[in-house]
Design a protein around this ligand. Structure first.
Ligand code: FES
Ligand code: FE2
Length: 481
């Protein structure tokens, strides 16, 4: 693909040691996000108009932290045992007795619907001799160990010990199952193993305000994939925090993706470490130059969205329409989604209907906003090896209107280390994109171990990779480095 260097960058925000940070890269055909929001056919919610108030320092990050077992141990002790983290969705455990297994490397908890409206998270280890109490998601009336049948009630109180006479030293009050703190927001379930932790609200920052009108709690999991990856959890996660890689890794989407005009924002307030990207769709990449075709951008976007709706006729860009190309795509999405779900999307802005808006809350939570790509990512270490991770991808769909019952949460589809996302036909075009991302990850993991001792650091783009830079700032602080 031929690329030109025509650029009109603007919105400098901060002068630093290396000069100004330039907030994005645009062309005549592909304005910055701020311009697209102004041109939206509907009123854009305040949260989307709000820009981040934090810019991280530019600092190289040592590559060893992605593979050093001692660093992974430090993360286990000072990060995963000490912070609020996203475990699952409430709809994964709708009935009393439902449980969801949540593993972080070698750490393991299980989340239980212990009573109507009550959720608990227990350490996944028997108080007798340590056996894992929950090996699968599922339902049971009580919590019972498969080894000698020690048994607890769903609220963690000890219920029964076979041959109770043989354990005079066991006082029932001392043998309640140890718990992590649990809190929910927007249908998501978070845990924090630290009993002294501040409330979850301190960590959510701007998110409740920004997501309010979109109501993530009124959605259900339409698909759920857990992919094992041969790369450190941070390598995997960082591949999804920037759109800088789109031009090389997802080249075929440049015709309808404003990769380099992506807006990145960070809010860092006390315990709340939140960032966001907004990558506009139905707009050509600024890499394609000033003369890139807006009609093509709309037509590619129609086709991409239509792939999720087989059999539906694909519209064409209408040059005579009063609506912009983006507004035409958004209008069609409103009609299609409205008809499919029996709901009214007529007041929803273009940005909410078509763009890729991804939030991130330190350390493992990536909820996307809007109907463009309503995904939720979760990134976690896997087992005892810092070279492995697991990425969970959900798609959440709006609940149907007209009083229809809440559809059940989709079961988890497990995809192994050497299996591709395209073994999951339910995710359509996304599988190709994820497999492109996945093809990079084991190479990164190997390459960073082969780096010269003199250049064994990562160097981040000041703007496009600022969310990764920010993550490492927060990680350093959390680990006491
Ligand atoms: S280890 Fe659980 S009952 Fe013995
Ligand atoms: Fe990607």
């Amino acid at each position: 693909m031929r690329m030109t260097s025509a650029v009109h960058y603007s919105e400098k925000i901060m002068a630093g040691e290396f000069g100004d940070v330039i907030r994005g890269f645009s062309s005549k055909a592909s304005p910055l996000v701020s311009g697209l929001l102004q041109a939206d056919s509907r009123e854009v919610p305040e949260g989307l108009k709000q820009v981040g108030d934090y810019a991280p320092q530019s600092k190289p990050v040592p590559l060893s932290r992605y593979y050093d077992p001692a660093f992974a141990d430090l993360e286990k002790e000072k990060l995963w045992k000490k912070t609020w983290q996203y475990a699952c969705r409430e709809e994964d455990i709708p009935e009393v007795g439902d449980r969801y297994k949540y593993d972080v490397g070698t750490l393991s908890w299980f989340i239980v619907r212990s009573a109507p409206g009550e959720i608990k998270a227990f350490n996944n280890a028997c108080l007798h001799r340590g056996t894992q109490l929950c090996s699968n998601n599922g339902w049971s009336e009580s919590i019972r160990c498969p080894f000698h049948a020690w048994e607890w009630k769903l609220d963690g109180d000890l219920k029964n010990i076979p041959s109770r006479w043989d354990f005079p030293q066991v006082k029932s009050d001392d043998f309640k199952l140890p718990q992590a703190k649990v809190a929910t927001w927007g249908g998501f379930v978070f845990i924090n193993p630290d009993p002294d932790a501040a409330p979850l609200e301190h960590y959510l920052g701007v998110m409740p305000e920004h997501f309010k009108s979109w109501e993530p709690e009124n959605r259900f999991t339409a698909f759920h994939i857990r992919k094992l990856v041969r790369a450190n959890w941070k390598v995997t996660m960082e591949a999804f925090l920037e759109s800088y890689h789109v031009v090389e890794t997802h080249t075929e989407s440049l015709g309808f993706t404003g990769d380099a005009s992506t807006q990145y924002d960070i809010w860092d307030q006390g315990d709340a470490h939140i960032s966001r990207l907004i990558t506009p769709l139905a707009t050509p990449s600024p890499h394609l130059g000033d003369e890139a075709s807006i009609a093509d951008a709309a037509n590619y976007a129609f086709q991409a969205f239509a792939l999720a709706m087989p059999g539906v006729p694909v519209p064409k860009f209408d040059a005579d329409s009063q609506l912009t190309a983006r507004a035409q795509v958004a209008q069609w999405r409103r009609q299609m989604m409205g008809a499919g779900l029996g709901r009214d999307f007529s007041s929803w802005p273009d940005v909410t209907m078509i763009d890729s808006v991804e939030y991130y809350m330190f350390p493992n939570f990536c909820p996307w906003y809007g109907e463009g790509l309503p995904l939720v990512y979760q990134f976690l270490p896997y087992g005892n090896d810092p070279n492995l991770s697991v990425m969970s991808v959900r798609l959440t769909a709006p609940l149907p209107g007209g009083g229809a019952p809440r559809p059940p949460s989709a079961p988890i589809r497990e995809i192994g280390f050497d299996e591709a996302f395209n073994s999951a036909p339910e995710i359509g075009l996304l599988a190709i994109i994820f497999d492109q991302d996945m093809s990079n990850l084991p190479r990164i993991q190997e390459g960073l171990k082969a780096a010269s001792d003199h250049r064994a650091v990562a160097t981040f783009g000041r703007y496009q990779e600022q969310r990764i830079q920010h993550f490492h700032e927060v990680l350093d602080k959390t680990l006491g480095l």
